[in-house]
Design a protein around this ligand. Sequence first.
Ligand SMILES: [Fe+2]
Ligand SMILES: [Fe+2]
Length: 491
Amino acid sequence: MSRRRSRKKPVDLTALELSIEGQSLQRKIITIYFAISFVPFVVIYWIFYRYVPDKLYSPQVALLYLMLLALSLTGYFLLKRWVRNILYIVSGMRRILSGDLHYRLNVDSRDEIGEMAKGLNDLVDELEKSMEKLKASKKLLEEVLMKIGEGLAGSSTIDGFLELMVNTIAQALDARVARLWLVDEEKQELYVKFISGGRKSEIGARRVPIGKGIEGWVALEKKAMCLPRRPASRGHVFSADEEDPTIVCVPLLFKDRLLGVLSVEDKYSGENFTDDDLLILNNIGTQTAVALENLRLNEDVEKTYMETLSALAIAVEAKDPYSRGHSKRVSEYAEKIARKMNLSEEQISIVRDAADMHDIGKIGISDEILHKPGPLTAEEREIMNKHPVIGEGILRPVRSLRRLCDAVRHHHEWLDGSGYPDGLKGNEISIEARILCVADVFDALTSDRPYRKAMSIKEALEEIGRWVDKRYDPKVFSALCEVLKEEGKIE
Ligand SMILES: [Fe+2]
Ligand SMILES: [Fe+2]
């Protein structure tokens, strides 16, 4: 028997212990063997002594003893070898169990001991492969969770986070399609909220009743499911279809409350999803459900804050009959101008929401200044001009309102840099702020003020037109004119 040592050679106390135990075991077995081997000698001696004493010291008996001795010695060496092999295997097993998965037994005998060693090697091979797969799965899971964590920190809305998560899952599981289904409590249905790799038209349109189909079953039973390509394994719950892809599907549960379902279909490699994939998706599902719930709670809080701010903005205006409804009207003009200028939906929503809040900072200005019937002194003007900065300070703490801060802060900036609070020039002022500025002035000029009557639309446009290029963006101004023309307010 030859032996190959492991690549690693650590000081192995277990092996040392075994070698002491092994030596003592080997000694015990050999002692017993010799004790047993001694019996035939005694028996032969006794037979000759009892029945043919005259032949007791004959050459034939001596030859018999010699043969017995030779047999005993052969037996001794064979036994020693077997015992040593068994001890070697036991020592190898212990070494493997202590964590050295690179160690392999090398026994060249073809008997049962050889087979045992080979079986053990095969077992360790499998174990090593499983360990490697497990390590790879763990790494993948860590990477996915890290990406999701980063996404969670970086996304300002639930939607941004969920979209990133669905894309990450599809990538991580090497899947053609990943879907996130959310629950429609009223209709007791699941609907596709996000999809990666499939038809985008499914979003919001594809619906499954809870309890029907694979996703419906997962939602109803609140149990994960991993299905291979073969339809036979689907059982009676589903219709058998030869073309159905392999699928892995998990429920999104928060404190046993169903929030949705994650389903992933069809591996690029053509293989079936494995239990490892299911485990990964389950882990992601758990994290996602917690994040989803947290984001929802946050959005609820932010929604309440936003509603409170809107109420405050209206309250500020309500105190002054001259500015009542100002923000609402500015918001409507600003949105129309933004649409006319073909801004993106995201920009339009910023313009609209920022207009609603643009003078919220006036909460911080005293009523004497705010409602002074005559012109303001230089000192009072300075205080009044702080309202964009105060407004920004009110909005900034709320993550979802941060997108409005720029337009609110800069709605009194002018193109030539003579505006406030930062004296920005030209393109330094965002398009949202430039639109807001024109809409704000237009509504102010066309409203009554304590010190003057409202201008007509024509007069207001003439007044703004005088300042185009110096204060106001010409493109914004022409968009406003077009809007008013379309509404039949000017010719
Ligand atoms: Fe303002
Ligand atoms: Fe205003």
